[in-house]
Design a protein around this ligand. Structure first.
Ligand SMILES: Cc1ncc(COP(=O)(O)O)c(C=O)c1O
Length: 405
C-alpha cells in the first residue's frame, strides 16, 4: 500500500477519462467515449448517447448486452458461490461442461476451462506438444491467436511479435489458404497446425473448404493434431455454432473464448480422443472453471441453442451482406465474411470512417488499416441493421477525410 495513501477522487463523467489515462499503462488505443450501459445490440455512453454496437466487446456479446437469462444466472450464482477451484467439484461447472459437450463439434468431448482466448491457445499448444511428444507448430500468415508469449508465437503480425523476441521456438508461418505450402510445412516433427476458420484480426478472410480438407488430410497422414481456433468465430458468430461446420472439417483441439459466457471472462479448450490422457497438474488455473463464469456460460450456451442464434446470424448476416454489397460505393474494395462476421475492405484508411460512423451512432471495429469489421451481437434486429447501412451510406457519400492508401 502507498504511504501516505493518495485520496481516492470521485469518478465523474468529467474526470473518468483522465483517471483512466493517468493510471492505466496506456497500451490501448482508446476512443474518447465512455460506455456505461448496454442492452441487446445497443450501448450508451456517459452522456446518455445511444449507439448501435457492431463492436460487441470485440465479438463477445453474441447473446446481446445484459442478456436477461445470463444476468439472472450471474446474480443467482454470485449470491451462492463465486469461487471454487477445480480442486473440488461444482454444480455450475458440471452444467457448463454438459452444455459445452452438447454444442461443440463431433469428437470434442472433454474440456479445460480457463479465462481468456490467449490462455486457451497457450493450453492448446501445450496439450498438442504433450500428446504428440513433438514441438513444431505450423500457423498461418495473417493469423491471430493472442498476445501472451506462447500464443504470440503463433500470431503472425511482426509489429506484435518483434518487440518481444525471442519467442517460443519451432513455430512456422505459412500462407493461409495455400494447401501446397501447408502440405510442405507439416512433417513428422509437427505437433499441431493452428488455424482460424475466418481470419479475424487478419482482415476477415474466410478459409476455403479445399484448403482445410487438405490440411486435415496432411495432419492425419503425418500424425499432427489440428487446432481450430474458434475464439472469434465460435458460438454462432458465422451462422453455425462453430465455423468449422461450414467446411466439414473437425478439430482435434478446439479453442474458445469471447462469446462463451455472455461477457464474463472465460476461455475453454476442447479435446478429442486423439489427444489422449493428459498428465495430472500439467496445466492448471486458479480461476479456471470458477462457478460464476460457468453459470454465465451455461446460461449463454442454453440461450444460443434454444433461440437458434446461429440461424439468426446466418439470416441477418446474409441480409447485412447483401445491403452492404448493394451500397456499391466506389470507396469500398470488397465485402467479405460469414454470418455476422463481416469485413468491409476500403480503398482508403478505415480509421476515419469508423470515427465518422461513431458520430452517426454506430460503433465498428477495424481489422488492419483498411478494413472495417462488424461483429454485432447476434440479436441485432433488421431495423438496427438498416440503421447501420443508412449511416454507412451517409458517411461514404461525404468526401473522404483520411489519407488514401
Ligand atoms: C482467433 C483469436 N484467437 C485468440 C484471440 C485472443 O483472445 P484474447 O484477446 O481473449 O486473449 C483472439 C482475440 O481477438 C482471436 O480473435
Amino acid at each position: 500500500m502507498k504511504d501516505p495513501m493518495p485520496p481516492v477522487p470521485e469518478v465523474t463523467p468529467t474526470n473518468l477519462k483522465a483517471v483512466e489515462d493517468e493510471f492505466s499503462v496506456g497500451v490501448y488505443q482508446k476512443r474518447r467515449v465512455a460506455i456505461v450501459r448496454g442492452q441487446g445490440a445497443r450501448v450508451w455512453d456517459d452522456t446518455g448517447r445511444e449507439y448501435i454496437d457492431c463492436v460487441g466487446g470485440i465479438g463477445v456479446a453474441n447473446v446481446g448486452h445484459c442478456n436477461p437469462m445470463v444476468v439472472r444466472a450471474i446474480q443467482e450464482q454470485a449470491a451462492r458461490l463465486i469461487t471454487c477451484n477445480e480442486l473440488f467439484y461444482n454444480d455450475a461447472r458440471a452444467r457448463c461442461l454438459e452444455w459445452l459437450n452438447r454444442i461443440t463439434p463431433e469428437g470434442i468431448t472433454r474440456f479445460f476451462l480457463c479465462n481468456s482466448g490467449t490462455e486457451a491457445v497457450e493450453g492448446a499448444i501445450k496439450f498438442a506438444r504433450m500428446a504428440t511428444g513433438r514441438r513444431r507448430i505450423v500457423a498461418a500468415m495473417r493469423g491471430y491467436h493472442g498476445k501472451t508469449l506462447g500464443s504470440l508465437s503463433a500470431t503472425w503480425d511482426k509489429k506484435y511479435r518483434d518487440p518481444f523476441a525471442p519467442l517460443v521456438p519451432d513455430f512456422v508461418h505459412v500462407p493461409y489458404n495455400n494447401a501446397a505450402e501447408f502440405e510442405k510445412a507439416i512433417d513428422e516433427q509437427t505437433a499441431a497446425v493452428i488455424l482460424e476458420m475466418v481470419q479475424g484480426e487478419g482482415g476477415v478472410r474466410p478459409a476455403t473448404a479445399e484448403f482445410l480438407g487438405a490440411v486435415r488430410k496432411a495432419c492425419d497422414e503425418r500424425g499432427a493434431l489440428l487446432i481450430i481456433d474458434e475464439i472469434q468465430t465460435g458460438f454462432g458468430r458465422t451462422g453455425r455454432m462453430f465455423a468449422c461446420e461450414h467446411f466439414g472439417v473437425l478439430p482435434d483441439i478446439l479453442t474458445m473464448a469471447k462469446g462463451i459466457a455472455g461477457g464474463i471472462p472465460m476461455g475453454a479448450i476442447g479435446i478429442d480422443r486423439r489427444v489422449g490422457e493428459l498428465e495430472k497438474q500439467s496445466h492448471t488455473s486458479t480461476f479456471g472453471g470458477n462457478p460464476l463464469a460457468c453459470a454465465a456460460a451455461a446460461a449463454t450456451l442454453e440461450y444460443l441453442a434454444t433461440h437458434d442464434l446461429p440461424g439468426r446470424a446466418a439470416e441477418h448476416g446474409g441480409y447485412l451482406f447483401e445491403r452492404l454489397r448493394a451500397l456499391a460505393s466506389p470507396r469500398i474494395r470488397e465485402v467479405r465474411g460469414l454470418g455476422l462476421m463481416i469485413g468491409i475492405e476500403m480503398k482508403e484508411k478505415a480509421g476515419p470512417i469508423a470515427q465518422a460512423l461513431m458520430q452517426e451512432g454506430i460503433l465498428v471495429l477495424l481489422a488492419g488499416s483498411t478494413v472495417l469489421r462488424l461483429l454485432p451481437p447476434l440479436v441485432i434486429t433488421r431495423d438496427e441493421i438498416d440503421a447501420v447501412i443508412a449511416a454507412l451510406a451517409k458517411v461514404l457519400a461525404a468526401p473522404p477525410t483520411g489519407s488514401e492508401e
